[in-house]
Design a protein around this ligand. Structure first.
Ligand code: ATP
Ligand code: MG
Length: 326
């Protein structure tokens, strides 16, 4: 299951992603955690110390390796250089699976020990001011999009992505790559305005979007969220002393998390799991092709001097059943 946490800055995306990841790890589920936010804090929220978190390998710096591995023997992709973030897999491409070892994980993922077992953590890499608004900024999250487009995850396997809700995720196809998107919203006008913007983009692509209210303090907060987002409100989380203790550098054991918050995390899991039956690999493949053709036309053909539409394998449908080259 591919799950994104999005929302306004400071709403609690990283906190809720990290709690959800801990919850999955506690039941022994295989998890890949990906930090794709501008503010790279997921490692720290999973308990890594700052120096270790800052030293994690950045996916954005290993794009050449990622591309070279993923293109495999796909005859439509002549070189890693011709591959852009939206180049879709086709016959001969290598795919990624949650539980395997592969060169992409060797280069980009690091194990993080949580109560219950280890998860794999991958990070896009820190974004500097110079990155914002220019091509290399997109190429950092582009590494995540490429991996998601080559990933065949099954039920009971989880890829959890901590993401921004900024317009950048709409410039690419990234926002369509998930089985479910949890929009974290505080009960404020700004919190719900991000929801509306997201909902508008998401509608045309059949994106499954649910709101997780955060820092919800009482009936008035709850009423506000209900009035603003209606049935899209899935669950709410209040202030957590467990989170606060962790932020003080004294993380309690995860089984000390408040019951009410644990139940909220379980609701997120069952809701994510329930989307599996509705998963549509054909649509998933069609959408990645759509965004690839859009990118090809808008900038990539010109940059590469060839028509990158030729990278699309018209007969290929990504799915758990695809057999890859040895
Ligand atoms: N339910 C909660 N209980 C207690 N503290 C919380 C809760 N949710 C978030 N916080 C605190 O609020 C602050 C912001 O949360 P967080 O960093 O998760 O937000 P974010 O959306 O990831 O922010 P950014 O946009 O900067 O990445 C953090 O200090 C976090 O510990
Ligand atoms: Mg964050």
């Amino acid at each position: 299951m591919k799950i994104a946490f999005v929302g306004k800055g400071g709403s609690g995306k990283t906190t809720l992603s990290s709690l959800f990841i801990r919850h999955l790890a506690a039941v022994g589920a295989p998890v890949i955690a990906i930090d794709a936010d501008i503010n790279q804090h997921l490692g720290a929220a999973l308990g890594l110390d700052e120096a270790v978190a800052a030293g994690l390998p950045a996916m954005g710096d290993r794009l050449a390796l990622i591309k070279d591995y993923l293109r495999g023997t796909n005859p439509r992709i002549g070189s890693a250089e011709s591959m852009i973030k939206t180049t879709p897999p086709g016959e001969g491409s290598r795919l990624l699976r949650v539980r395997e070892d592969n060169p992409v994980y060797d280069a980009c993922a690091r194990p993080v020990e949580l109560d219950g077992g280890p998860v794999r953590l991958m990070v896009t890499g820190p974004f500097t001011d110079a990155d914002l608004g220019v091509a290399c900024y997109h190429s950092k999250t582009g590494a995540v999009e490429l991996c998601l487009n080559h990933l065949v995850d099954g039920p009971d396997e989880y890829v959890v992505v901590d993401m921004t809700a900024g317009s950048d995720s709409f410039a690419s196809g990234m926002f369509t790559r998930f089985d479910i998107t949890f929009l974290v919203a505080e009960p404020t006008r700004k919190g719900v305005s991000v929801y509306r913007q997201y909902k508008d983009y998401a509608r045309d692509f059949g994106v499954e979007l649910k709101v997780v209210g955060n820092k919800v303090q009482g009936q008035d907060d709850l009423d506000f969220l209900r009035a603003e987002v209606g049935d899209d409100l899935l669950v709410t989380v209040g202030h957590s002393d467990w989170v606060r203790a962790m932020e003080k550098g004294r993380p309690p054991r995860f089984d000390q998390l408040e019951d009410v918050n644990r139940r909220a995390l379980e609701t997120l899991r069952t809701t994510a799991d329930a989307t599996y039956e509705r998963r549509d690999w054909e649509r998933y493949t069609r959408q990645m092709v759509h965004f690839h053709l859009k990118n090809a036309q808008s900038w990539a053909n010109e940059r590469h001097g060839v028509d990158l539409a030729a990278q699309v394998d018209p007969d290929f449908v990504l799915s758990e059943g695809v057999v890859e080259p040895a």
